[in-house]
Design a protein around this ligand. Structure first.
Ligand code: NAI
Ligand code: MG
Length: 355
């Protein structure tokens, strides 16, 4: 029996609903396999916990989390806590604390999903987001608070070490895919220091990957290319801010924010990696039981791949595709199915399949 310890942080809003759905899917896979087991430990770190206790992560919490094989995360964000507090005190505290510098975001139109974009069936992208520095390094400050001459600075940090390791990761990813094509996304015409370093290091690293085809695009231009010529892109590498934005666009182009998964990887495995659907806590639909769980299911596929459970990952991805193919969808995709109906359908399908 192969046993994986999973720290579960459902967080807020629909994070709680979709992570419960994902756990059921993983449980169904484990039962089906008979050789695989998940030991889930739930952590109640949420905005409610913050209001009651004054913190998201208690003292010693990160050290405890560090002992798990992987972290399965929902979403954090509440109307009662400023977003910069919830994000930095929970999600970014884990990403930065565990040096999860590579954020991987696949985008593909699943069978039966209606993208409004022409040619979307040819979308098969992996966006690699630098996840530890850049525009979200947290470097900056505010002075003269409340006065007319108040100033706020937000300083992007690009270190050679940080840039090189994400480019190497992106080249390895591009090399592992059939098209072996990597697009560098940047804004080095307007931002002439850190972004130029970003570009230079990219082409230095490229020399070690002669089999990978490269091209480059400015971030504003890449948004039009994603919409107008989606099949010209394959693997994309971009900074923390730029990739945050273009990966939400990628999710919308492939049908819904409710589908898209992501992995926050510590590739050296010095700390556990964290897996989460890319959507947030969705105040508008939270508590109604209608959130799309597909993003959480696909996220579980990425977690299984990271844990080396290739067969289970393939089995779950195939079940997700059969589910979307049936045309039974949640409301974000134009359907009426509830989270639990979709989860039940997926788990039944996993149980029915031949081993
Ligand atoms: P959001 O992703 O929560 O929602 C955007 C829109 O997409 C909403 O209309 C929502 O109903 C819809 N949507 C998202 N996921 C869905 C799903 N699984 N099924 C059906 N519809 C879905 O983004 P928003 O509204 O900007 O943020 C809400 C809160 O979530 C904020 O506090 C924000 O800071 C937080 N947030 C947290 C993230 C994280 O924990 N990684 C990521 C994004 C936002
Ligand atoms: Mg985002």
């Amino acid at each position: 029996m192969r046993r994986h310890s999973i720290a579960v942080i459902p967080g807020d809003g629909i994070g709680i609903e979709v992570i419960e759905a994902g756990k059921q899917a993983l449980q169904a896979l484990a039962e089906k396999s008979g050789e695989l087991d998940f030991a889930f430990t739930d952590f109640p770190w949420s905005s409610r916990h913050y209001r009651e206790h004054g913190h998201y992560i208690p003292d010693g919490g990160l050290a405890e989390l560090a002992t798990f094989d992987a972290i399965y995360f929902g979403a954090v964000g509440s109307q009662d806590v400023p977003d910069h507090v919830s994000l930095w005190d929970l999600r970014l505290a884990i990403c930065q604390g565990f040096d999860q510098y590579a954020n991987v975001r696949p985008a593909r139109v699943l069978p039966g999903v209606n993208s409004r974009l022409q040619g979307a069936d040819r979308i098969d992208w992996v966006i690699i987001r630098e996840n530890s520095e850049g525009e979200y390094s947290g470097n900056g400050g505010r002075v003269h608070r409340g006065l007319p001459d108040e100033i706020g600075t937000e300083v992007s940090i690009f270190s050679r070490k940080g840039v090189e390791r994400i480019h190497r990761f992106a080249f390895d990813m591009a090399r592992s895919r059939s098209r072996k094509k990597l697009t560098l996304v940047t804004k080095s015409n307007a931002q002439r220091h850190g972004m130029v370093l970003w570009d230079e290091v990219f082409f230095e690293v490229a020399r070690d990957y002669p089999d990978v085809e490269t091209d480059r695009e400015l971030v504003d231009a890449v948004t039009t290319r994603m919409v107008l010529k989606p099949d010209t892109l394959d693997t994309v590498v971009a900074t923390n801010l730029h990739a945050d934005i273009i990966s939400d666009l990628a999710a919308a182009l492939t049908g819904s924010l409710g589908i898209a998964p992501t992995a926050n990887l510590n590739p050296q495995r010095t700390f556990p990696s964290m897996f989460e659907p890319i959507h947030g806590s969705a105040f508008d639909i939270a508590g109604q039981g209608i959130a799309n769980p597909v993003g959480a299911f696909w996220t579980a596929v990425m977690m299984l791949e990271h844990l080396g459970e290739t067969t289970a990952a393939e089995r779950l991805m195939a079940a997700i595709e059969r589910l979307t193919q049936t045309g039974v969808h949640s409301q974000d995709l134009g359907g009426t199915a509830t989270t639990s109906e979709l989860t039940q359908a997926l788990c039944d399908d996993i149980r029915r399949q031949a081993t």
